[in-house]
Write a protein that binds this ligand. Structure first.
Ligand SMILES: [Zn+2]
Length: 377
């Protein structure tokens, strides 16, 4: 493995790009931030907002924009920015995790956001279908999120088309923030997101073969391209237009408006494999996903968060290295136990699946323990 000279990004991320000096793509993006004409981008954003408002007369609803929300820090920033800075009338759309998965903190934070004066469209897919899909995706791909990403991304455009709402505002363009998948484009246009590596055109076929009939997957099925085109639905990434749209600023602003962070044992960094207590607040199973990602690619959530902080100048690369070695890939046994109970497998079965995703090129077995052949350096 090799790591970016400026941050901790490794070259094992699928489709990552490094330049001749060994600097990763997100670092190059961040180096060029000062040269971007932010005034022009702001004007472009205002023009889009004016276009959305001008559609009010033809609409079946009174909303200008949909904000897909989980209730976390980015959701707060997007919703408040759309209403208070752009003067839009937002409808929040949330796709709820089943009760076994959603944390109380997540529910409280969503309630806080709605309580700031928003209407919210709440979709709760049938828990049993959800559970079967999560189990299948974990066993088949070592990545249970494959099951839920489809519904999480499809819900907002579906509601947009149903209620004739012209615009959807997403948060960051993850191709710019994290690198890897540039198939979604490197600008503010989010209409290509359906063809990201994650959504693969919105294909639900793998799940149809596993006891999930077509009629059970309505909310998981991404709207067809011609339907999106006919409805003139426009989707954008707010992060492209705002210089300070990042974890630091979004977290700070959201906390000022009532967002609660992780507390108690759920805030122990060694247990959650993260460096922040204001991230991924609505779900603890994602910590498991980050751990298996660490097995596959040799990097976890902590080093991703740290790389971002290095780019923002909030921490030195040396300090980040120490923290990433301490926290990357960590996941407390209680989260794994809860996940196993949820999908109905034993912990032994869990580890057979999880360990099968360890990349033998980067891991070796020593004295009954798995160790990385190389540590970030
Ligand atoms: Zn970098």
């Amino acid at each position: 493995m090799r790591w970016c000279k400026k941050c901790l990004e490794p070259d094992t991320r699928p489709d990552c790009i490094f330049d001749d000096e060994g600097v990763c793509f997100p670092c190059k993006v961040s180096e060029n931030v000062g040269e971007i004409d932010w005034q022009a981008r702001r004007q472009e954003l205002e023009k889009i907002a004016r276009w959305a408002k001008s559609n009010r007369n033809r609409q079946r609803s009174c909303y200008d924009v949909i904000i897909p929300v989980s209730g976390g820090k980015d959701s707060h920033r997007q919703s408040l920015y759309a209403r208070e800075e752009l003067g839009l009338r937002p409808l929040l759309v949330t796709l709820a995790y089943p009760p076994e998965q959603q944390t109380k903190l997540g529910a409280d934070n969503l309630a806080n956001l709605i309580g700031l004066g928003f209407d919210c469209f709440y979709i709760s897919p049938a828990p049993e279908v959800w559970r079967r899909m999560v189990k299948f995706a974990f066993m088949e791909y070592g990545n249970w999120c494959v099951a839920t990403e489809l519904a999480l991304h499809s819900a907002a455009p579906k509601v947009g088309i149903l209620y004739d709402i012209p615009l959807i505002i997403y948060g960051e363009n993850y191709a710019l923030t994290w690198g890897g998948d540039s198939s979604i484009g490197l600008d503010g246009d989010a209409n290509r997101m359906k063809y990201s590596h994650t959504l693969k055109g919105g294909d639900v076929e793998p799940f149809l073969q596993r006891e999930c009939s077509d009629d059970l997957l309505y909310w998981h099925r991404y709207p067809a391209d011609d339907l999106i085109k006919r409805s003139e639905l426009r989707m954008i990434f707010l992060g492209y237009y705002l210089r300070d749209f990042n974890d630091l600023t979004n977290g700070k602003l959201a906390i000022q408006r009532g967002l609660q962070q992780r507390t108690g044992e759920d805030a122990i960094l060694e247990d959650i494999g993260q460096t922040r207590t204001d991230d991924a607040l609505d779900d603890d199973f994602v910590i498991i996903n980050q751990m298996v990602k660490y097995f596959k690619f040799g990097f976890g959530k902590a080093s991703e968060q740290l790389s971002l902080m290095v780019r923002l100048g909030a921490i030195s690369r040396d300090k980040a290295l120490v923290l990433s070695r301490r926290l990357d890939g960590k996941c407390a046994p209680r989260y794994i136990k809860r996940f196993c109970n949820y999908i109905g497998i034993t912990e032994e079965e869990f580890w057979v699946v999880a360990d099968s995703y360890r990349n033998p090129e980067i891991w070796e077995r020593c004295d009954d323990q798995w160790i990385l052949k190389e540590q970030p350096r």
